[in-house]
Design a protein around this ligand. Sequence first.
Ligand code: UT7
Length: 389
Amino acid sequence: MTQRYANIIGWGKYVPSRVITNADLEKTLDTSDEWIFTRTGIRQRHVVSPDEYTSTMATAAAEEALESAGVRARDLGLIIVATSSPDYLTPPVSSQVQHALGAKDVGAFTLVAGCPGFVYGLATAQQFIVSDACDNVLVIGAELISRYTDWNDRATAVLFGDGAGAAVLQVGDEPSGVLSYVLGSDGSGAEHLILPGGGTVAPPSQETLDQGLHYLRMNGRQIFRFATRVLGKALHQAIQQAGLTTDDIDLFVPHQANSRIIESAARYVGLPREKVFINIEQYGNTSAASIPIAMCEALEQGRIKTGDTVAFVAFGAGLTWASAVVKLGEPSMPTPISRLRLSLPSRLFDPITRVTRTTSAGLMKALAGCLALITALRRRGAKRRKDDG
Ligand code: UT7
């Protein structure tokens, strides 16, 4: 069997239009634009309007990714939605997204791995593709943290934002796509980033509400220490596992949590500033959505293109971390043939695809037969000449 690779062939993002600036937060919190920007790199964050949910943002990002990949939702083999802020505890938000996309009967699951969820999703998609279980997998990172934020808590309110990003991975036979990944977890630090109420330990009650246990709580200093300890190392491991060196990385697209943490990871592996992508200034920390949103922006701005090698690294609640090295695959814009395929009903296009596939398989077989015959005849001629001589 030919080696299968998992290429990223399409990408999309959705960011709500409403913006909350640091100046807005200064009016309600004991904080300042100067403190937030110098400590984190954040100037503003995008926040949903009342009629938006994690599923609506995830669906919008996914539609853009499918369009850019030229893949129809119903041709997906699997949908993975990485999030820690689903519409409901159950049903899984992945099924709502699958339904909204019109991906009839396609398998879907929600992956909860904190901010590195999207990178965990890439690793999972790669496994499904290389093992021949699926040809097309959609991975989405979507977060709506503003509804879990205590807007009176300056330790968290200044950091997070809402948004979604998505990627379509497709099987390919060239050595590209997800080249390596590293996944890690250390549950001993669970209490440093936690939403304590609403689960089985503290089910929702008047008491949990009164204590504000339904809001995200964070010990920023501890998370900062953890991040600077694991991030550079995880990035280095992924680059090594891909058989590459830092010089081979065209762009480092890290989880956008804090520009100081990003710079420390880049320093650890010796990546120069111009090879680091940072957009935290505009979006804040969008958790599992931050890497796919950053990847889309890097592509839109021409910072990366097909054939380039990108390194991802993230850390977050769990505590967890993940890194990956990806060589970008096929063109992002739909080709004329994929546009035609997208616009035609499957009952029209699928027979054409089948006929093309059968015809080309038949031609290949005939060609192989001819080559085998020519080789046999040449061998027989050579033997006869040897016998005559
Ligand atoms: O995706 C993972 C999610 N979490 C993170 O990425 C968080 C990682 N941690 C961080 O990014 C940083 O630790 C923070 C940005 C959260 C905080 O920066 P820091 O340099 O670690 O500050 P600190 O917690 O050591 O606090 C320094 C001071 C304290 O005052 P005192 O004790 O020195 O008087 C805080 O009370 O800054 C104060 N402070 C603030 N001041 C203004 C804490 N939060 C704020 C605030 N505005 N929002």
